[in-house]
Ligand binder design. Structure first.
Ligand code: PMP
Length: 354
């Protein structure tokens, strides 16, 4: 008689990565865009969907979408790989370049999925650290990379959940010291003043930059992300990804979104302005907060327990991210920048909660 088999023992310790999906009127916990995509995009998508041959598999290499993304970044289509969110891009990279007897380096605290997907794919994880200001020390990083010789090194710029971009000098040191791939996760790249895409070229064939439509493009529900890298990396990802993984509707959603770059840039400008306003308001309260180049701010209440503040905000129907239990982030909370009215609700509730 067949019995329910045990799962892989090495997966037992990992609980996955979840943001509690609690009901709240103001949801500032998952760094999504607070704005809808443009109405014109919605209409164009609905019209285009009416023409899709749904009885056929979608275009497997996502030819048009990749060409459009390549044009956006001034690269060629064979340097672009698309998947269902940048998380699937990361998974493909780790399936191709990680795995048993292979190693990934992450600098904690950083985006939890880098180590989580590494472990799920059987890749060993080595944790580097950051200083008290959540910065990577370039000399420490170079020493760690020389000692560990990782197959994949993850950077996150701007870094989730701490908020700041990695300086160009740090990325260059890591590129020189890392023997394998250097993945710069730029999920929040459009909010930053510089992009590692500027470093692309023959001097750094192992550089991979990942991006997503989930944040600035206001399309988290569509699930679309991509990487820009050497064509060999793109081919490696194509070798491990499931056939026809990117649906016809996802490809269309992305392709049509790229016609609305100006709207996306306007949203980034508005959110950046609001970020300045929220940061200034936090400066007036009894919290410590860190500078942000992204659409969220990390802060730590100094007069009250963070769990209590998080719960109290929820009583005001404001949901933010509780990072207090995360390694290296004691007492920290992270708030996504929302619409001006949502930010007002958050600030008012925070004042009362403190
Ligand atoms: N990278 C970072 C740094 C993120 O914060 C996120 C979303 N939380 C992702 C990647 C994944 O985004 P998606 O899969 O929606 O593209």
């Amino acid at each position: 008689m067949s019995a329910l088999p045990p799962i892989r023992p090495d997966l037992r310790l990992s609980d996955g990565y979840h943001s509690p999906q609690v009901e709240a009127e103001v949801r500032l916990n998952t760094n999504e865009s607070p704005f809808h995509p443009p109405d014109a995009w919605r209409r164009e998508l609905l019209d285009a969907l009416a023409e899709v041959s749904f009885h056929r598999y979608p275009d497997r290499p996502a030819t048009e979408l990749r060409a459009a993304i390549a044009a956006l970044h001034g690269v060629t289509a064979d340097e672009v790989f698309c998947a269902n969110g940048s998380n699937e891009v990361l998974q493909c990279l780790l399936l191709a370049y990680g795995g048993p007897q292979r190693r990934a380096v992450v600098f904690e605290p950083t985006y939890a999925l880098h180590s989580h997907i590494s472990r799920v794919t059987g890749t060993d994880v080595v944790q580097g650290s950051r200083d008290d200001h959540f910065r990577i020390d370039p000399a420490d990083a170079a020493a760690l990379l020389a000692a560990e010789q990782p197959d994949v090194t993850f950077l996150c710029s701007p870094n989730n959940p701490t908020g700041q971009s990695e300086p160009r000098a740090t990325v260059l040191v890591v590129l020189d010291a890392a023997p394998g791939l250097v993945v710069v996760d730029e999920a929040y790249g459009q909010f930053s003043s510089w992009s590692a895409l500027e470093l692309r070229g023959t001097a750094h064939p192992g550089l991979v930059v990942t991006r997503t439509f989930s944040k600035t493009w206001a399309m988290a529900g569509a699930r679309l992300g991509y990487l820009v890298a050497d064509p060999a990396v793109v081919q490696a990802c194509e070798a491990v990804v499931l056939p026809y993984h990117l649906s016809a509707q996802t490809q269309l959603a992305g392709l049509l979104a790229l016609r609305h770059t100006a709207d996306m840039e306007a949203r980034v400008a508005l959110i950046s302005e609001e970020r300045g306003r929220v940061a200034a308001a936090l400066g007036e309260l009894s919290v410590e907060s860190w500078p942000s180049d992204a659409n969220f701010i990390l802060f730590r209440p100094t007069s009250k327990n963070a769990d209590e503040v998080w719960r109290s905000l929820l009583v005001h129907s404001v949901l933010i991210r509780n990072c207090a239990g995360w390694e290296g982030l004691p007492g920290c909370l992270r708030v996504t920048i929302g619409r001006p009215d949502e930010n007002d609700r958050f600030l008012t509730a925070l004042k009362e909660s403190l």
